[in-house]
Design a protein around this ligand. Structure first.
Ligand code: ZN
Ligand code: ZN
Length: 361
């Protein structure tokens, strides 16, 4: 099968002829229809996040179940499914405590050592990135990394649910548990930030301030429900947010992944407010905070995958979308064939797009 593969980092993706095994045990073989381009893959391409190579990138994909292993019970052949990298074992302390997105034993959902690899290239094992490997014509995953969705949901919209939507909306609803009537700022209005904006809308926040340097993204943030926008290119964004809220916000969401924007998000808080870092910072990043701010009860919290229970959250999000309460259409800025994937990442790197989606034939 054709798959966008990273052979060396930093480096571009190459379309390779990858061999995919048949499903065993609790594995599901998915015929990919749509795959979203997420920033995390780009970090790996750029060598900022080290992963075993070669790897088939992509972790935000939707498709149709083509075949299942003998022990699969949660999905069946013909189901439309979304693949999520928050695959969970169901038996570790984190899973048993309800924190499946922090599963400590994802290895239990992979093939055991010594077994033939799920993916290979000329006889050599290939790692499916984030247990998915979504930029490929087929995906072989554990059933705990899939969830069935209604056939009425278009595949390109479905794909985005698996990472961008669940991360941004989940940050507001699950991680921060934003309260009705509260104030929030979202720093960075790419795909994740826009979803954090609509998560705050769904939570009933009264004041939702979007901060970005690109005017078009601020306009998009307004359509997603931002009540105020601040152009960070036009001056001191921290001062502007403090003025808009009479001293700072209850919740600050950082959705870019730089030390400077994390520090800015923290500085936008009121006394007792909490900053949530959704953006992926490169390894070795250091954040500088003023120690006195902890006396003001300000908090900072990392967020991973929107603290999701995707098998529960995703069907809810689908209902909200079909009811017109969750925006997905506006997140998609381009559809691309697999061959154009490097162009798609170049546009993402330039900050031009909300989300590009690869469509398979
Ligand atoms: Zn992602
Ligand atoms: Zn687990």
């Amino acid at each position: 099968m054709r798959a966008a593969t990273l052979l060396r980092a930093p480096g571009p993706l190459e379309i390779c002829d990858i061999t995919i095994d048949d499903p065993r045990g609790r594995e599901v073989l998915v015929r990919t229809v749509a795959a979203g381009l997420c920033h995390s893959d780009y970090h790996v391409m750029e060598g900022r996040i080290a992963r075993p190579l070669p790897t088939v990138l992509g972790h935000e994909s939707a498709g149709v179940v083509e075949a299942v292993g003998p022990d699969v019970t949660s999905v069946k052949v013909g189901d439309h499914v979304v693949c999520c990298l928050s695959v969970f074992c169901g038996n570790c302390r984190r899973c048993l405590g309800g924190e499946t997105w922090l599963c400590d034993d994802k290895a239990a959902t992979a093939r055991p050592p010594g077994a033939p690899p799920r993916l290979s290239l000329d006889g050599r094992a290939v790692t499916p990135f984030s247990h998915v490997g979504g930029f490929a014509e087929y995906i072989l995953v554990h059933e705990n990394g899939t969830v069935a969705v209604p056939g009425s949901l278009p595949f390109d919209r479905a794909a985005l649910l698996g990472c961008g939507v669940i991360t941004g909306v989940g940050a507001a609803l699950n991680s921060a548990q934003v309260k009705p009537g509260s104030s929030a700022v979202i720093v960075g209005c790419g795909g994740i930030g826009l979803n954090a904006v609509q998560g705050c809308v769904l939570a009933g926040a009264a004041r939702i301030i979007a901060v970005d340097r690109v005017p078009a993204k601020l306009e998009l943030a307004r359509t997603f429900g931002a009540t105020h926008v601040v152009d960070a290119a036009g001056g001191d964004a921290v001062a502007a947010v403090k003025e808009l809220t009479g001293g700072g916000v209850d919740y600050a969401f950082e959705a870019i992944g730089t030390a400077a924007t994390v520090e800015a998000a923290f500085a936008m808080l009121r006394r007792g407010g909490t900053a949530y870092v959704i953006g992926v910072l490169p390894e070795g990043s250091r954040i500088r905070l003023d120690g006195l701010d902890f006396l003001a009860s300000k908090g900072i919290q990392g967020v991973y995958m929107g603290s999701n229970h995707f098998k529960l959250d995703l069907p809810t999000y689908v209902e909200w979308y079909l009811q017109g309460r969750l925006r997905l259409d506006e997140l998609i800025s381009a559809h691309l064939p697999l061959d154009a994937i490097n162009d798609g990442y170049a546009a993402l790197a330039r900050g031009e797009v909300a989300r590009s989606v690869i469509m398979f034939d």
